[in-house]
Design a protein around this ligand. Structure first.
Ligand code: FMN
Length: 226
């Protein structure tokens, strides 16, 4: 049975010493990533964005349903509409919708309702998750672990953007259903994340916050260690 539906696969062998160096170098590179909220308007070639989206599309997904669409927007008219509607939602969020605790948690990040980066960055990528699978003939099928799958694809996307030498922000205007209307997406696609992509402004700043150390996020269960 397995033979009839599987094909051979053997990833390239890496020696443990080289493996460790690679893992450490990867951590060093990814640890230098920050969410950027200040961009230049320097254009980024569409082919670069396409390659980054293709990289994100290599993510694993529940039953291989690949329940995602990446809308890549560089049209200034659409970007201006997205900014206007996002800022409307954000104004209500910061003035009434957000709880006191949420606002306190956001204080060290220093964000407010204004989102100029939504027009400044050369690209806005709006990621949609497919809550159902709708075939070209209109047949509706189930998708599985949709949020987990799209989250993993977005994680790869963010890492790929950083590896390529560009910057992004994981942005979640709340609520963000307006994105489906602006971009004319079908009802089974729900907006998941909004990511501006571009070059960080020369005077860009980031919140002075820290990451949890390894010891705080890793629990080991090796023989004799516990
Ligand atoms: C699911 C998710 C939603 C986020 N939403 C926003 C957002 O709406 N606005 C914003 O400025 N940052 C947002 N962020 C970015 C976080 O504030 C940021 O990742 C965190 O402070 C850590 O900073 P770093 O990405 O520079 O390491 C979001 C991050 C995640 C993962």
């Amino acid at each position: 049975m397995r033979e009839s539906i599987h094909i051979p696969y053997q990833p390239k062998n890496v020696e443990p010493v080289e493996m460790r160096l690679r893992a450490q170098a990867l951590y060093a590179r990814w640890n230098a990533r920050r969410s950027v909220r200040f961009f230049t308007d320097t254009p980024v070639d569409a082919a670069i964005i396409d390659a980054l989206i293709a990289a994100a599309g290599t993510a694993p997904s529940g039953a291989n349903k690949q329940p995602w669409t990446f809308c890549a927007v560089s049209d200034p008219v659409i970007k201006a509409r997205i900014r206007a509607e996002a800022e409307e939602e954000e104004k209500t969020f910061y003035s009434s919708r957000a709880s006191k605790e949420w606002l306190e948690d956001l204080a060290p990040i220093g964000t407010d309702w204004e989102k100029p980066f939504l027009e400044m960055a050369p690209w806005l990528i709006v990621v949609f998750k497919h809550v159902q699978d709708v075939r070209p003939n209109g047949e509706v099928k189930k998708n599985y672990y949709v949020s987990e799958s799209v989250g993993i694809a977005c994680g790869l996307f963010i890492a790929a953007i950083h590896e390529a030498g560009l910057s992004t922000l994981t942005h979640t205007p709340s609520p963000m259903n307006f994105l489906g209307s602006i971009l004319g997406r079908p009802a089974h696609e729900k907006p998941y994340l909004l990511l501006p992509i571009g070059y960080a402004a020369p005077d860009a700043t980031v919140p002075n916050i820290t990451r949890k150390p390894l010891e705080e996020i890793r629990v080991r269960y090796t023989e004799g260690e516990r």
